[in-house]
Design a protein around this ligand. Sequence first.
Ligand SMILES: Nc1ncnc2c1ncn2[C@@H]1O[C@H](COP(=O)(O)OP(=O)(O)OP(=O)(O)O)[C@@H](O)[C@H]1O
Ligand SMILES: CC(C)(CO)[C@@H](O)C(=O)NCCC(=O)O
Length: 306
Amino acid sequence: METELINYEKITRHIWQNLYKKTIPPLTETELDNIKSINDEISVQDVNDVYLPLVQLIRIYKKTMSDLSFSKGLFLQKIAENQPFIIGISGSVAVGKSTTARLLQLLLAQSFKTSTVGLVTTDGFLYPNQILTEQNILHRKGFPESYDMESLIRFLSEIKSGKDVEIPVYSHEIYDILPEKTLVKSPDILIVEGINVFQSTLNKRLYINDFFDFSIYVDATETNIERWYLERFKTLLELAKKDSNNYYHQFTTLSADEVLKMARDTWKKVNLVNLREFIEPTRSRAEVILHKDKRHKVDKIYLKKY
Ligand SMILES: Nc1ncnc2c1ncn2[C@@H]1O[C@H](COP(=O)(O)OP(=O)(O)OP(=O)(O)O)[C@@H](O)[C@H]1O
Ligand SMILES: CC(C)(CO)[C@@H](O)C(=O)NCCC(=O)O
């Protein structure tokens, strides 16, 4: 870990929380309620101490990006088109990427009052189950070969050039790509969240990172992530009880022990292998690494120095 992160400034939570605090207005009641509606276990202390300074840092990157694009325009004697600012968020399955992404979306929308902030998950770029089955890789869902990376990169390139773009949607409940696409309206800021956002196309010619103006890796120990995965599995199963269309409905008749065994198995044989082989090795492509403790509290922050 330490040599891999040689070009990062390691910042304790205590130091981080004091970096920008004075310039940030406290959250209003409504803003707090909005945050609780994402996930009522998110700690308000974390929002104040960790995520609001992070928003200030993103502000610096955003300003630098638009200054550079203006200067490039002068050099080329061309009016620079307004490009959306894109933030990539990666990390293991069940580490809390989508929760972090939704929280950041809300805080950015509050901070950049006149900007629109979009959020996209790369799950939509998984191949449908039918194709995964035909290629005999359904058990490899989430691994690099299970994503249509060319389409993902085409989407990012179109969004960067200011277009509205239709993209596929993945449903965890159905466990497959849905028949209907969704329209992503050209935003001022776009958050792209997924386990594969720091990976390349299979031929390694294109890296998604090239489209990001800022990037975050959400990190935690394997033991903690496994626990969050098992807890979420139980919640999904609970929700599936009353819904026969839900993929997890078929497992609701199993005993608690059998369910636990199945979830542990999927974690160990699929998601943990993917984490070790393909996700964690991309960690040092992030500008910022947020490390969480067993209660999702951010305890360490790494910021890329160069
Ligand atoms: N900051 C947080 N505070 C409290 N609970 C959290 C936090 N972040 C995530 N969780 C919990 O951890 C679990 C995993 O979170 P989440 O669904 O956001 O992960 P993910 O990385 O997006 O997963 P996937 O890759 O499978 O979509 C969920 O049960 C969520 O409620
Ligand atoms: C959709 C992904 C790949 C990523 O979010 C993941 O949640 C997943 O479904 N992995 C496959 C193994 C499992 O069912 O957990």
